[in-house]
Design a protein. Structure first.
Length: 468
């Protein structure tokens, strides 16, 4: 049996009813790592992600952890917040738990999952940090990127848009670009598409020839641009009276939902819009659509919705926000990218496709071929194999070095970044750091011999009387 290094993979979320793009990406990543590693997925709770992981033969453990949300939107106090997190009881408990698990490597997913990265580094365990979002650019962005650099041994970015936040020297020395892909058996075969289209449209009571334009997201929120989709739809509804507009995703904020509904009601267009919760079989939704719109208002790390729409042979219109631009340009659909925030330009591109329905179908077929060539599973596996080969060449200790000593207890201590960097406190007769497990093991093996030597010395040198 071939030895596989144990790999702990920390997910920051595990939604109970639906699965986000970040979770899909992580699941696929875990599945593709199975030939190389003994993968253990660590999730905060049971959900769709953990269920699908178990179905794939991936071991799952549940461990809920606090997140450092301001890693995504940095501010001047970010470093201090990270230091404080490492002084908490939860951090100490996590360090001990990871030591018990004794992995050779740890992967953390998304920039906000700081704690497991810091805990693994406390144990001198290599950390691979997978970054799926483009960190906000402001005066404190470097604080977040510095923390990621300090607490990672390697970085994997899902797009150039994500990698662009980091300096060139880091990109060359410890970073790989690995765009998402998909598993063939998890997608509906094109032969199934007509039947799925018919069943989905029948469920919504939409005719086979009525244009169905939709946006798909895990959660309906401002940053995903639901109100921009509504504005786009309202501006073309009279020109295309048969068109229906679909929004798929779970409601997140009641206030925002009310604002969106009032927008629609003000135009007397409630009968033209359909709102659905997140769907378990999202492929069925894509089959039912004629056009996919992705109006994200923030730079996307990649744009998995756009990728999926293209894969199902649909024309995709999107804001040129972060990784979305990379996806559409790779598919040869750069002409359907518009300036972020311009709902009017979205409407123009959708109008162009609706006026030439046959051309839209040809475009969808072309998009599918292009996106398979750019992001298909074969290419993904080739890129992943090259990354692992580089690790084996440059970091052989990750695979063949001594494992972490299970059962070692470690107490939380201030981070080096708190101002004591490089000043290791020493105890009398003990100059080892507590978290240095390998030294601790060697030291523990020498204790019996040292004790015997001290006992022999006492026998040969009787205690002197104190002077009166």
């Amino acid at each position: 049996m071939t030895f596989k290094p144990k790999l702990l993979i920390f997910s920051h979320v595990s939604n109970p009813a639906s699965i986000t793009g970040a979770e899909k990406l992580l699941l696929f990543f875990c599945q593709e790592l199975l030939p190389y590693f003994h993968c253990v997925l660590v999730a905060p709770e049971e959900g769709r992600l953990t269920a699908l992981a178990r179905e794939s033969g991936i071991e799952v453990k549940i461990y809920k952890l606090p997140l450092l949300h301001r890693m995504y939107s940095p501010y001047p106090g970010l470093t201090g917040e990270a230091v404080k997190m490492q002084s908490s009881p939860a951090f100490s408990q996590l360090v001990n738990w990871i030591a018990e698990e004794a992995p050779r490597l740890v992967i953390v997913n998304t920039c906000v999952h700081f704690m497991p990265a810091a805990a693994a580094r406390r144990l001198d365990i290599p950390v691979i940090w997978q970054l799926t979002e483009a960190i906000e650019q402001n005066g404190s962005t470097s604080l977040a990127t510095d923390l990621i650099h300090r607490y990672s041994s390697w970085m994997i970015c899902i797009s150039e848009a994500v990698a662009a936040r980091f300096p060139p020297e880091l990109r060359q020395s410890k970073m790989s670009i690995l765009p998402p892909s998909w598993r063939e058996q998890q997608e509906h075969h094109p032969d199934e598409w007509p039947a799925l289209r018919h069943s989905f449209r029948s469920q919504l009571q939409i005719g086979s020839h009525a244009p169905l334009i939709g946006m798909i997201t895990s959660f309906r929120m401002e940053s995903k641009g639901v109100h921009h989709f509504i504005d786009m739809a309202l501006s073309i509804k009279d020109e295309f009276p048969a068109a229906v507009f679909l929004v798929v995703g779970d409601a997140l904020r009641p206030e925002y939902e009310k604002q969106c509904q009032k927008r629609i009601e003000a135009y007397g267009a409630s009968d033209r819009f359909i709102f659905l919760e997140a769907q378990g079989d999202i492929g069925r939704v894509y089959c039912g659509l004629d056009i996919v719109v992705v109006p994200s208002l923030v730079p996307e790390g990649f744009g998995l919705t756009a990728l999926e729409g293209l894969l199902y042979g649909k024309p995709v219109v999107a804001y040129d926000a972060g990784g979305l631009g990379e996806v559409l340009r790779a598919a040869g659909s750069g002409q359907f990218l518009v300036e972020t925030g311009s709902a009017g330009m979205l409407a123009d591109r959708v109008r162009t496709i609706l006026n030439l329905p046959d051309q839209g179908k040809d475009l969808g077929a072309h998009n599918r071929n292009q996106v398979i060539a750019a992001y298909g599973p074969e290419g993904y596996r080739a890129r992943l194999n090259a990354i692992v080969a580089r690790w084996l060449s440059e970091q052989p200790g990750w695979f063949h070095g001594p494992p972490v000593a299970a059962g070692t207890k470690v107490e939380a201590r201030p981070s080096a970044s708190s101002g004591r960097r490089g000043k290791r406190k020493k105890r009398k007769g003990n100059s080892v750091r507590r978290h240095d497990i390998r030294r601790e093991r060697r030291r523990s093996r020498t204790r019996p011999a040292r004790s015997q030597a001290r006992a022999r010395k006492r026998r040969h040198h009787p205690i002197r009387r104190r002077k009166a």
